[in-house]
Design a binder for this molecule. Structure first.
Ligand code: ADP
Length: 418
């Protein structure tokens, strides 16, 4: 299998976002959770390694990204793609800049070229300034993100603070003039000693021009959010898909640990049976709460939702009482144990998980290492199949907190059953 695109993603839902997009564009995709074992042969034209490196210590993020790149290159990956968030989630320490620097060194003498712009989800970039919908990044809710507050909308400036090397921009005029103009601008920046190149994109066609300009250059480290990866997939799609895996049968479950605004609306709108996790109760008796929640799942008709999702004021109170990390660990441990016990004791085989950190914890508890895209559930969200260590086939959907419509917890299963 020729690996056309080897992607290193800084979180699991971002990896699934790319997987959904490139699959819809006609390129088969496989997600590997964590740095893959080089001995396990790739089975798709696009391999996406899902790391947990967005907010990890810089050295750890760099080390894992470089090791993943080596495995992908040992498989003959023709292009490397550094997947980060469409809102460029990072701090002045990293991790986007340091990882890009390390990958450029790994490839040898290359430059990095990319963009977080993803017009399909209203992330656009103009004059190097990122917009989220109608607002500048710095005026969006991302300015108040607890771990990676984005207060500067000028991404050339943001990236320049994360690397000792020069950062440059291919402006929107070049993208509008087509692939040759983009390639020309990129060449000039390179000749000037610029090491990291960002490209403006406001519409899907701008991404297509950028993708066409670089798809054939093997010495670039490509990067960005799902938008450019999908545009690359459009240029690389061969049309000969291996075919989607079959749908595993069994009971279904929704787990929500996301605090995002969109997920809060999805939880509120869900009409099915629900079990609400309370952090105080988890702190007092985690095993007891887990056992009771699994009993609830086992004894309920319909698709049960087990949720820790709460309003920001409630989360703030809980965090004050238990500390942010302890509260998060209690919720992640509970939801991942519930997932694992529900599979083993309640015949659950189809699980929708909301929240990036939550998804990472659940995937680890289920012991799955490879996800194959089966069906796109919504823009940026896919149903994927995996096999657990006991050989059970699972249908898993890992949803980023802010993705999916209000009724997603219902429509996702309608889509899954089609
Ligand atoms: P999102 O980024 O969309 O909010 P994540 O799953 O990535 O979703 O992150 C949410 C974090 O908040 C997780 O670490 C989760 O364990 C934690 N969390 C979820 N519910 C609560 C709650 N009620 N109180 C405190 N922390 C919570």
């Amino acid at each position: 299998m020729t690996v056309e695109l080897g992607v290193i993603a800084d979180d699991i839902t971002g990896a699934c976002d790319v997987a959904a997009g490139v699959t819809a564009a006609g390129l088969d995709a496989e997600v590997r959770l964590g740095v893959p074992d080089p001995a396990t042969a790739p089975a798709a034209a696009c391999i996406i390694v899902a790391l947990k490196s967005r907010t990890a210590p810089v050295e750890e993020a760099v080390g894992e990204s470089v090791t993943a790149a080596r495995v992908l290159r040992s498989w003959g990956a023709r292009r490397l793609y550094q997947k980060y968030c469409s809102t460029f989630d990072s701090t002045d320490r990293g991790n986007i800049g340091p990882v890009a620097d390390a990958l450029v060194d790994e490839v040898g003498g290359a430059v990095s070229f990319g963009t977080p712009a993803t017009p399909a989800v209203e992330r656009t970039m103009h004059r190097g300034h990122l917009f989220v919908g109608d607002r500048l990044l710095s005026e969006s809710s991302l300015a108040h993100h607890p771990l990676t507050p984005m207060r500067d909308p000028d991404l050339v400036r943001v990236l320049a603070r994360q690397t000792p090397h020069r950062v440059g921009l291919v402006p929107i005029e070049a993208a509008r003039s087509g692939p040759a103009a983009v390639a020309d601008h990129l060449r000039r920046l390179r000749d000037d000693g610029v090491r990291h190149v960002l490209v403006d994109a406001v519409m899907e066609e701008d991404l297509d021009a950028a993708a066409a300009a670089v798809a054939a250059s093997g010495d670039l480290v490509l990067g960005g959010a799902a938008g450019l990866a999908v545009a690359l997939a459009r240029t690389l799609a061969t049309g000969d898909r291996v075919g989607a895996p079959a749908r595993p049968a069994g009971r279904a479950l929704v787990l929500s640990g996301s605090g995002s605004e969109r997920t809060r609306a999805q939880v509120a709108a869900y009409p099915g049976p629900r079990w609400v996790l309370d952090v105080d109760a988890l702190a007092a008796n985690l095993d007891g709460v887990v056992a009771a929640a699994v009993d609830f799942v086992r004894g309920t008709d319909g698709i049960p939702l087990v949720s820790a999702t709460a309003e920001p004021a409630v989360v703030a109170r809980v965090q004050e009482r238990w500390g942010r990390d302890r509260a998060a660990a209690l919720v992640e441990t509970a939801l991942s144990r519930i997932a694992e016990r529900a599979v083993v004791t309640a015949d659950v085989r189809r699980i929708l998980v909301a929240g990036g950190e939550t998804s990472g914890a659940v995937a680890a508890a289920l012991g799955v290492s490879t996800l194959r895209v089966r069906r796109v559930a919504a823009p940026g969200v896919a149903w994927t199949t995996a096999t657990d260590p006991a050989g059970r086939a699972l249908d898993l959907c890992f949803k980023s907190g802010n993705f999916g419509g209000r009724d997603f917890f219902t429509t996702a299963f309608e889509e899954e059953e089609r």
